[in-house]
Write a protein that binds this ligand. Structure first.
Ligand SMILES: Cc1cc2nc3c(=O)[nH]c(=O)nc-3n(C[C@H](O)[C@H](O)[C@H](O)COP(=O)(O)OP(=O)(O)OC[C@H]3O[C@@H](n4cnc5c(N)ncnc54)[C@H](O)[C@@H]3O)c2cc1C
Length: 379
């Protein structure tokens, strides 16, 4: 029989590594199915990892707002940046208050690895099941059974299975009678229905738009992509979309009235890249001519660009999604320690919980804040 550890952490990703970094306790075993730690950190933020955001509020998350507020305030963006700063990492603030590593996400992984160096990490070890017998957890893996008095589930969500994502966190939660809020791909592009297939002819072009989805307004860039539409504004919109319509204002800074007296050709007055303007005009069957010569029917058609309403066919799915929406219900988690309210000494951190952050560093902040709360609260 393998020895019994005080704590087994399932997943050496963002939350698992931060948790072990913050723990003085040495009797910790981290298990990860990858051949390296922090795989998602390494691919994040275009390889530079968007660590956090200068403005972090509960409203940047989908999930129980009170629960989120209670966790974030214990270890917010300032505390995180200070912790990293003391270890030599000074992320740089870029657009929209997003903080990125200076050169590479590896800088962050190296710090977390160093801070966890007194703990045992077993890689290429896939957790298959967890059972509790009396006060001992038995963690079944492809490399045998490991024992512990505490288990911390930090196994992340379902997105990017090619770098290790599995459903184990949800399965463990379910087996211990936890409620799982329905999971779906989040921070992901939309696929299109035939009426919008013409978007594909604009692949590679990005424009600023305003999107309304389920009463939420999102401003930012939309990228026309081969598979559909993507870009920061669409990724955020996917968090608020279930099924049904979204509305896009393709001319968010333009009032059409201002064009009524203009002699400029429409394709040059809409403020869109010429190819986009011409494609839209063609699609709306409006001749490209001086704006002041449009008749009332044409003005009506043009209005469509201010509120283009359509139903996406679906999303690009977990293979392209940055996160998983839904997860382990936070109603059943103690916000002072991240411990299950149902099972003593079982903890859940990070993305496996039913809390999802918007684009902009909010998901790593969540992973790190939950890790902090657990490290301080675990008995
Ligand atoms: C391409 C991409 C870019 C992203 N960019 C950003 C960004 O810039 N900023 C941001 O805030 N968020 C970003 N995210 C989201 C962010 O990476 C996650 O929200 C965050 O990593 C979640 O942390 P976690 O600790 O919960 O899970 P993870 O960091 O995913 O760690 C979970 C670990 O558990 C391991 N694991 C899973 N199943 C098992 C098993 N059965 N047995 C053993 N180990 C297992 C996994 O291999 C993984 O190492 C990005 C995500 C992706 C996919």
């Amino acid at each position: 029989m393998n020895r019994k550890y005080k704590i087994i952490v399932i997943g050496a990703g963002a939350s698992g590594l931060m948790f072990s970094s913050l723990m003085d306790e040495k009797e910790i075993l981290l298990l990860d199915n990858n051949n390296q730690v922090g795989s998602k950190i390494l691919v994040s933020g275009g390889g530079k990892c968007n660590v956090t955001n200068g403005v972090v509020k509960a409203k940047n998350y989908i999930g129980n707002q009170r629960f989120v507020r209670n966790i974030i305030k214990r270890f917010d963006q300032y505390a995180l940046l200070e912790w990293l700063g003391h270890r030599g990492l000074k992320p740089i603030e870029r657009k929209n208050h997003q903080y990125f590593c200076q050169n590479s996400a590896k800088e962050l992984v190296d710090i977390l690895k160093k801070e966890s160096s007194s703990k045992l990490i077993k890689l290429n070890t896939e957790v298959l099941n967890v059972v509790k017998k009396s006060d001992t957890f038995e963690v079944e893996t492809n490399r045998g059974i490991f024992y512990a008095s505490h288990v911390v589930v930090a196994s992340g969500g379902l997105s990017f299975p090619k770098i290790g994502a599995t459903s184990i966190g949800y399965e463990i939660a379910k087996s211990f009678d936890h409620t799982i809020q329905t999971c779906s791909a989040g921070l992901v592009g939309f696929t299109l229905q035939p009426d919008e297939f013409f978007f594909k002819s604009l692949t590679g072009i990005a424009i600023d738009v305003k999107i309304t989805v389920n009463e939420k307004e999102i401003k930012g860039a939309l990228l026309f992509a081969h598979k559909g539409i993507s870009g920061p504004a669409i990724l955020d919109a996917s968090l608020y979309w279930g099924k049904g319509k979204i509305v896009i204002d393709f001319l968010p800074t333009l009032s059409l009235i201002s064009l009524k007296s203009s002699k400029k050709y429409l394709s040059r007055s809409l403020g869109l890249p010429s190819r986009v303007a011409k494609t839209f005009l063609e699609q709306l069957a409006i001749e490209d001519k001086a704006s002041n010569t449009l008749n009332s029917e044409e003005w009506q058609k043009l209005e469509k660009l201010k509120s283009y309403s359509f139903s996406p066919a679906g999303t690009f799915g977990y293979s392209k999604a940055e996160v998983t929406k839904g997860g382990v219900s936070t109603d059943e988690i103690d916000a002072s320690s991240m411990m299950s309210k149902k099972v003593n000494n079982l903890y859940f951190l990070g993305e496996v919980l039913d809390v999802t952050g918007e684009l902009g560093g909010y998901n790593f902040q969540w992973a790190f804040s939950t890790a902090f709360v657990c490290a301080k609260g675990i008995k």
